[in-house]
Write a protein of this length. Structure first.
Length: 230
């Protein structure tokens, strides 16, 4: 029945759908119908709208998987009627009224925050020479270099936009914590995971880029969620 299950992957800040390149092939081989959204990263409402439309366009029940900022996106887009579950990968899981900024304010800034640079157009970048140590210290040099040089900036307003009613209150969820995350404090991820009461939480000795450095574990979590919802 795997061929009838849709999985929609939602990237985070400073990336695009290609960040899922180690996750897509094994899920495809297993027979899942996989799609990866390309969000504009211009505002939280814009990204939710783009993701919700793609989710609604899927033929049948759909599992949303969000990495990092993509977790805030699936929290809003998960209200699409055919979305049956949510998987958070080192991701934000806001409640109504939360913003990324308010969640960050709960603790001291993570190490990677000091390497974020604004441009004159209101977008945020990670300094190229600091990308690997900030975003994916457990990636090999070549992969980290490609991510750094192809990064997609995120609008600063995305950290200020407030989240609406969360889909995780009405739909089952799963959560992966990255114990060595330098972009979101691991303690904050643990707090969010506890708050949403997922069906399962796993903790990996991984950087923020767990979807690349620990792809096998992420695929296993996604498949477990998909099979549970079967």
């Amino acid at each position: 029945m795997a061929s009838q299950k849709n999985i929609l992957l939602v990237h985070g800040a400073w990336g695009d759908g290609s960040h899922w390149r180690h996750v897509i092939p094994p899920l495809h081989v297993k027979g899942y119908r996989v799609s990866a959204v390309q969000n504009p990263l211009t505002s939280l409402p814009d990204d939710i709208d783009r993701t919700r439309k793609l989710a609604a366009a899927q033929d049948g029940p759909t599992l949303l998987v969000g990495h990092s900022y993509g977790g805030a996106v699936i929290t809003g887009a998960g209200h699409a009627p055919n979305v049956v579950g949510l998987v958070y990968v080192a991701a934000f899981a806001p409640d109504e009224g939360d913003s990324l900024g308010s969640i960050f304010a709960r603790r001291e800034p993570p190490p990677g925050a000091g390497n974020i640079r604004p441009d004159s157009d209101g977008f945020l970048w990670i300094a190229r020479d600091k990308f690997r140590e900030s975003f994916g210290q457990d990636l090999d040099e070549e992969e980290a270099l490609v991510m750094a040089l192809t990064q997609k900036p995120i609008a600063a307003r995305c950290f200020e936009d407030k989240s609406g009613p969360p889909a995780w209150k009405g739909k089952p969820s799963w959560y992966q914590v990255s114990a060595d995350d330098r972009m979101i404090p691991p303690e904050t991820e643990e707090w969010m995971a506890e708050r949403i009461q997922p069906r399962k939480t796993i903790t990996l000795q991984a950087s923020h880029a767990s979807l690349a450095s620990h792809a096998d574990d992420i695929v296993a979590l996604i498949e477990e969620a998909a099979n549970t919802l079967g």
